[in-house]
Ligand binder design. Sequence first.
Ligand code: ZN
Length: 309
Amino acid sequence: MNTEVSKPSGSARSNIQWPAGKLCAAMITVDMDGESGILFSNPEAADHLDVMAQMAYGERTGVPRLLRIFKQRGIRATFFIPGFVADRWPDAVREVVDAGHEVAHHGYLHEYLTQVPGDAAEEQILMRGIDALERLTKKRPLGYRAPGFKMRHSTPALLAKHGFLYDSSLQDTDIPYHLLVDGEAGARSIIEIPVQWQLDDWLYYMALPSLKPGIALRDPKEVVNIWADEAQALKAEGGVFNLTLHPFCSGRAARAQGIDDLIGRLMDSDEVWLTTGTELAEHVQSQPLQPFFHRPVALNESGATRQDG
Ligand SMILES: [Zn+2]
């Protein structure tokens, strides 16, 4: 029996050299989920006009409002878009592309990969999402975010196989890093741009009482202050401020004003590099950082964790 306890090496300290004069990076990301997330977890909601309309607020109202704010501020964001949304809301996605924002992959029907039955099914979903985005944008996506931030150990290798430059779903650091896709010598890597729940608007704003218990409705000013404090602290740490917005949450009027205010605060500092996923990943990829592999945890007979292999 192998009783060695898993000891992954590689503490997360920022050895990243940010572009000249910059102390940290920041990304505004928009998970443009439309109806897809609800339809994956609650397919019966397809018959509920009220629920479908609430989710469509994102594409009909929230996205145009956020695009207007981004344009006024002169910034580019990264939109993670499920293939289903590209197929159902092509004009909304075209507006995102035409405004110069990055389009990245977010599943097909916002599938939680931890509920997908195996590697073949996961790869099929990945390819279906790539096809839908490529058909519309004429560009292959380079970035990926796992729906619900739910990821399997097999996912990074699949992403590398299909030419992805980066993922943005994991929460083990607040500094981007080179993520090895397996534990073999000479393994390929992709760039991981970490996320965190604290910087995800869903937990503060999502209210769908007819389907999901628990209503989270917070004062946008309070939420923006939490985010601004985290941005300030991450600047001191040399990390990445990676904000996750959903248009049916943060596209609402007062919340969108809060986003505008937050972007203004980020831009007030010349030391913050506000950029897109691909630009950030390319920058990190060019640096000789120690890569990291998430060695799967295995349970031995006594229930203790041990290093697998
Ligand atoms: Zn999503």
